[in-house]
Every structure is written in C-alpha cells, then in structure tokens.
Design a protein around this ligand. Structure first.
Ligand code: MN
Length: 232
C-alpha cells in the first residue's frame, strides 16, 4: 500500500468510526461554569463592599472559568473532571497548556471555595468541636491562629492566598501560595483561605491589606469550615 492509499484507508476507517455531528455536539462536555454567589453581593458589607464582590465574582472569576475552558478545549475528558482533580493533576497535561491550567484552574477552584468560606456578618458561627480542639492544639488559641494566619496573608509578597490546612505534624497548619496555586497540587487539604490579590480589596482598602484581613475575619463562614474539617 503506498502512502496515498494508506491515507485514504485511514480516512475511510475514521469516517466509519465518527459519531454523527449532531450527537457529538450534544455529548461534548460544556466545560466549567461560574457558580452563583451563595449570597447577594452586598451581603458581606461592611467587610467587603458590593462593588468589589461584583467585579471579583462576575469579571475575575468568570475570566478564570473562560480561560480554563479555552486552555482545555482539546482535552474534553479534562473538561468533565471535578475542578479539584484538574488542579491536583495539571502536571499530567501537555506542557504547553500547563501554565494556563495552573493559573486559571487554580483561579476557578480557589474562588469557588472562597465564596463559600464567607458568610454575612453574624451568621458564620464559630469554630467548635473537633475544629476548635485542633486549632487550640496547633496554635494555642483562636487568637493564636488569627495571628499566624494574618502574618501569612500579610507576608505573601505580591498576589496569592493564605490557607488553613490539615497539618502533618500538628492537626492544622498555616500555609501561603503565590498567584492562584492551591495546596491540593502538593497533596495538601485547605479548609479556609483568604484571597490577598489586590483585586480582592483595593477599591475599599487601597494598599492597606492588613485592614482588609482584619475585617475579613468578621465574614468567615466557620459553619462551613467546621464541616470541611469534619470531612477531612
Ligand atoms: Mn480573587
């Protein structure tokens, strides 16, 4: 068989195997979508103003979702995976798309968690039960935790996140990551995180990241964090 005949035979086989276009478009995974905010954009005031929440969710988070879908356009099986799995395993993807998936997949995962980790002031409850015991065993007290977490959030140079993670030596630990990295890529499990990108606070707090972090503690959804720790 010469090259031309081989090509013709291969094309014929491919045509026989091909799913009709209509069925294919229905089966094609639609990819990742922007989750709704679990509260109205003004719900976290005065800690976080409505305009910041709207831009942060509708523009920044949406852009991570759109760019992730674009980066994975030729990887339909990855478009159907849970986002946690994508971020944990992005190093298995072709090298050319790893940076885009790392940044935008991380952005989608981190923000999807972040919205749920906050609640209207006065409604988020407090650490209790096993979580409170773990905080006290790891940081001495809730205040001790807040100090260490605040320090991590303040000293993350440039954009990134500070995290409360399930620990290796103690029950819990504080960590920080640059850009949109998530501890899950290194096998870590975060149960609380704060976004310290300037887009998370600059409209209201300008350059005063410390003021933002202090105010943010009033909107932590401890009820959600209690649940995450129980399921760890
Ligand atoms: Mn953000």
């Amino acid at each position: 068989m010469n090259r031309r005949e081989l090509l013709r035979a291969t094309a014929g086989a491919a045509a026989l195997l091909a799913v009709p276009a209509a069925a294919r478009s229905q089966e094609k995974p639609k990819g990742f979508t922007l989750p709704k905010l679990p509260y109205p954009p003004e719900a976290l005031e005065p800690s976080i103003d409505a305009e910041t929440m709207t831009i942060h969710h509708d523009k920044h988070h949406q852009a991570y979702v759109d760019n992730l879908n674009k980066a994975l356009a030729d990887q339909p099986e990855w478009l159907a995976k849970p986002i946690e799995e994508v971020v944990a395993n992005y190093k298995k993807l072709p090298e050319a798309i790893q940076p885009a998936v790392r940044n935008n997949g991380g952005g989608h995962l981190n923000h999807s968690w972040f919205w749920q980790m906050m609640a209207k002031p006065g409604t988020g409850g407090e650490p209790k039960g096993e979580l409170l015991k773990a905080i006290e065993a790891s940081f001495g007290s809730l205040d001790g935790f807040k100090k260490e977490f605040t320090n991590a959030a303040l000293t993350q140079f440039g954009s990134g996140w500070a995290w409360l993670v399930v620990g290796k030596e103690k029950p819990l630990a504080v960590a920080k990551t640059a850009n949109q990295d998530n501890p899950i890529t290194e096998g870590g499990k975060a149960i609380l995180g704060i976004d310290v990108w300037e887009h998370a606070y600059y409209l209201k707090y300008r350059n005063l990241r410390a003021k933002y972090i202090e105010a943010w503690f009033a909107v932590v959804n401890w009820n959600f964090v209690n649940e995450l720790y129980a399921k760890k």
